[in-house]
Design a binder for this molecule. Sequence first.
Ligand SMILES: Cc1cc2nc3c(=O)[nH]c(=O)nc-3n(C[C@H](O)[C@H](O)[C@H](O)COP(=O)(O)O)c2cc1C
Length: 230
Amino acid sequence: MTLDTGMGNELGRDEIAAMRRSYGEAGIDGLAEDPFVAFSQWLVEAHENPLIVEANAMVLTTLDHEGRLSTRTVLLKDISKNGFTFFTNYTSRKGVALHGQPQVTLLFPWYAMERQVSINGDAEKISREESEEYFATRPWGSQIGAWASRQSAPLASRDELQERWDGAAAKWPEGTSVPTPPHWGGYRVIPRDIEFWQGRYSRLHDRLRYERRLTQAPEEMKWEITRYYP
Ligand SMILES: Cc1cc2nc3c(=O)[nH]c(=O)nc-3n(C[C@H](O)[C@H](O)[C@H](O)COP(=O)(O)O)c2cc1C
């Protein structure tokens, strides 16, 4: 089978099958006992690596009330209060899915470092104040964009979106304070488990999973670390 792009370049099945890399010698060493500390350490390393763009980009998968999965990238904007925070439109497809069905997965694919971090947990809305605090730090154009976009709704034309943006920009000109849209805000993902994966030679990769143990106080997190076969 050949995948012809119609543009004069093509990929044969053998070429796809042969796409693979050998991974490095270095394993996971000395990772902190607190997975948030360990994650922060890896995030800094990914951020400092010139081969990785948008180290804070993560793939978020949600499940809606009819059992349908959907997935997309969002940006991690905070790691605090025992969770991973991102911002979005509460009426978007993901927002609707998260209404009453909080289970999510997060994946940080840092391929250039032969690393991934995968997280399972529950998403909860953050407080209005926290969303407003972050919204105020966004560039003006993004703030106007949050008013203009009815994220995930069908859009008849690009012009319609531009008109909505122009309308919002006229209402709150650059330099004025743009209020946080009621349909926009953050979610915090409270992890149940966090797995760190490091590619190694001969597919003998390192996998360390931090699993949360139930404690009396839900805000207190205790973790058990298990190594898994690759
Ligand atoms: C690198 C990257 C970062 C993104 N960051 C966000 C984000 O932080 N929040 C967001 O709502 N959408 C973000 N998006 C767009 C989403 O992937 C998605 O298209 C949008 O949120 C609509 O998703 P939904 O219809 O499944 O709700 C990002 C896309 C990319 C490629």
